[in-house]
Design a protein around this ligand. Structure first.
Ligand code: GLY
Length: 342
């Protein structure tokens, strides 16, 4: 087992190891002697919810559960309020805990409910996708979407524990696993030449536990230095400005991971001395590096992002593998940047 210690506004451990799902009762009992609400989705619940609930009960905890439809649409005010109502109906207190069992959607939704119910109760993240293991479950970002845009309402609420069990990835559809690989490659491009070489040499057969632990450690380092995302943490958005634009232009037919792969490829072609290597590895993982949308369409979609403020935007520049920087550019320069990466 690998353990990554995070020291942010709350200190906690990210435990990564095969079979850890079977330890959830023992682990949760260290955090609460009372009640837990396990939140899952309709894909994950049939696979793992019963096991998790039984394990928690065996550890002496009182357990209830809630499940939302799988997919981004569940990160909405309606399901958020439903969860708050369940927490209130079950009378969970600040010494109880929410357990988020699922991918990024469940983690964000359950995390935001935990962040705001009673002004904040503990949340344990049990990510079940690669993307959630290496990125969204760690670092305390929680949010729901509004019709005006994704993640427009949220809170920083660090989990009390993150349990990553790579065994659960065996039930993940290959395409969703590939999406997570885009975030893993992104992490390597940003911070870690050795990790990049391991991915290039092993392809999809990379050492899952070691790679997840390495990505989590990089994310931990960034989050500990910039928990509230005012500077360095923005590096984690490599490929995301263009990626979000690809998602939007495709009406979300292109998944987040694949869109980030396209965004990373465009930024690499525009700026990185290692662009060829980055593109080769993205392709070896079956990820797209081109898009059917024009630079103008992508720039327009990117600039319509409701979270953008003022006349500048911050780009993540992948200078070479293992080294990236932030650069503010006038918004009017974005089409030229995207064009340079085509
Ligand atoms: N997913 C990017 C971040 O946590 O900042």
């Amino acid at each position: 087992m690998n353990i990554v210690h995070v020291s942010a506004s709350r200190s906690y451990e990210v435990k990564i190891g095969q079979g850890l799902l079977g330890n959830i009762g023992e682990e949760a009992a260290k955090l609460t002697a009372g009640q837990t609400l396990v939140v899952s989705d309709e894909n994950v619940a049939p696979l793992y919810l019963a096991q998790v609930v039984e394990n928690l009960r065996k550890a002496g905890l009182t357990v209830s559960s809630a499940s939302v439809p799988a997919g981004e649409a569940s990160k909405c005010p309606e399901y958020y309020v439903n969860l708050l109502n369940i927490l209130a109906a079950k009378r969970l207190s600040r010494s109880d805990a929410v357990i988020a069992l699922g991918g990024g959607v469940v983690g964000d939704l359950a995390g935001f409910a935990a962040a705001t119910y009673l002004r904040g109760i503990p949340v344990v993240q049990i990510p079940t996708t690669l993307l959630a293991m290496v990125d969204s479950s760690v670092g305390g970002k929680t949010a729901i979407d509004l019709p005006a845009g994704k993640n427009l309402v949220g809170a920083f609420h660090q989990p009390s524990l993150v349990l990553c069990d790579p065994d659960v990835l065996s039930t993940l559809p290959e395409d969703i696993f590939r999406d997570g690989c885009a975030e893993v490659i992104k992490t390597a491009v940003l911070f870690d030449r050795d990790l990049f070489d391991h991915l290039r040499e092993n392809g999809m057969n990379f050492d899952r536990e070691a790679v997840i632990a390495r990505c989590v450690a990089h994310k931990r380092d960034v989050v500990c230095r910039d928990e509230f995302d005012t500077g360095e943490r923005q590096l984690l958005n490599l490929g995301h400005t263009v990626g979000h634009a690809v998602e939007k232009c495709s009406n979300f037919a292109v998944s987040h991971g694949k869109a980030v792969a396209v965004g990373t490829a465009i930024m690499a072609r525009a700026f990185s001395e290692d662009a060829d290597e980055i593109i080769t590895v993205l392709r070896a993982f079956g990820l797209p590096t081109e898009t059917e949308f024009s630079p103008e369409e992508l720039a327009e979609a990117a600039l319509a992002d409701k979270k953008r403020s003022g006349d500048t935007l911050t780009l993540v520049i992948p200078e070479r593998i293992g080294k990236a920087t932030l650069k503010k550019i006038p918004v009017g320069d974005l089409p030229a940047v995207i064009k340079a990466g085509f």
